[in-house]
Design a protein around this ligand. Structure first.
Ligand code: ATP
Ligand code: MG
Length: 205
C-alpha cells in the first residue's frame, strides 16, 4: 500500500487476552492495511490493590503467547516498563518515537470509546493517532459526542467475550477453552491465575 506505513495500537489490560481482542485487531489490520498491530499491555494500576489485576509480567507473557503466531501482531512493553498509571497519551508518544514515520491507528472497543472524552489530554490524542472504535457485544457504538471525523467506527464479528467474564469462569471452575487461545488456557492453569486459592493444578505442574 502506498503512503506512510500504518501501525495499529491495541491497548488493554489483557487480564487475560481473549479472542475478542484478537478478532478486533485482526479485523482492523485487514480493513486498514496495517503493517502491524502492536499490543500494549497496561502498567500496574496504582490506584487498585495488587490483587485486582494480575502481575504485569503475567499479562505481558499471555499477550506474547496469544499473538506469537500472527506475523502482523507484536507486543510492546512501554506501558509496563513506565512507572505510574498508564495514560494513552504516553503510550502514543512512546510509539510515535519508535515509529516516527508511521501513521498510528489506536484501536478501542465500544465500551472504552464512550469514555474517550474523559481521557487525559484528549485533543492531543487525536493529533497523535487515528481512533478506530470497534463494535462490542452489549455496548452501543456511536460518535455523537466526539469531534467530527476524530473516530472511525468499524463493525467487527461479535465476540461476547470479556476478560472479567473469563476470570469469573476460572474462579468458578468453568472452562475458558475457545474463549481464549489454547496457550492462554494452559498458562492460566500453570500459574494458578484467577483461582480463589491461587493454586496450580497438580496435573499441569
Ligand atoms: P475487562 O472485562 O477486565 O474490562 P476486557 O475484556 O474489557 O477486560 P480490556 O483489556 O479491558 O478487555 O480491553 C482492551 C480493549 O479491547 C478495549 O478497547 C476493549 O473495548 C476492547 N475489547 C475487549 N473485548 C472486546 C470484544 N469482545 N470485542 C471488541 N472489543 C473488545
Ligand atoms: Mg475492559
Amino acid at each position: 500500500m502506498a503512503g506512510r506505513r500504518r501501525i495499529g495500537v491495541m491497548g488493554g489490560t489483557f487480564d487475560p487476552i481473549h479472542h475478542g481482542h484478537l478478532v478486533a485487531a485482526s479485523e482492523v489490520q485487514a480493513q486498514f492495511g496495517l503493517e502491524q498491530v502492536v499490543f500494549v499491555p497496561t502498567g500496574q494500576p496504582w490506584q487498585k490493590s495488587g490483587s485486582e489485576v494480575s502481575a504485569a509480567e503475567d499479562r505481558y507473557l499471555m499477550t506474547v503467547i496469544a499473538t506469537a503466531s500472527n506475523p502482523r501482531f507484536s507486543v510492546n512493553r512501554v506501558d509496563i516498563d513506565r512507572s505510574g498509571p498508564t495514560y494513552t497519551i504516553d503510550t502514543l508518544n512512546d510509539l510515535r518515537a519508535l515509529y516516527p514515520d508511521a501513521e498510528l491507528y489506536f484501536i478501542t472497543g465500544a465500551d472504552a470509546m464512550s469514555a474517550i472524552l474523559s481521557w487525559h489530554r484528549v485533543e492531543e490524542l487525536f493529533q497523535l493517532a487515528h481512533f478506530i472504535g470497534v463494535t462490542r457485544h452489549g455496548y452501543a457504538l456511536d460518535d455523537d459526542h466526539l469531534p467530527d471525523g476524530a473516530v472511525t467506527l468499524v463493525e467487527i464479528p461479535a465476540m461476547a467475550i470479556s476478560s472479567s467474564g473469563c476470570r469469573e469462569r476460572v474462579a468458578g471452575g468453568l472452562p475458558v477453552w475457545y474463549l481464549v487461545p489454547d496457550g492462554i488456557v494452559q498458562y492460566i492453569t500453570k500459574r494458578g491465575l484467577y483461582r480463589p486459592d491461587g493454586l496450580t493444578t497438580p496435573e499441569w505442574g
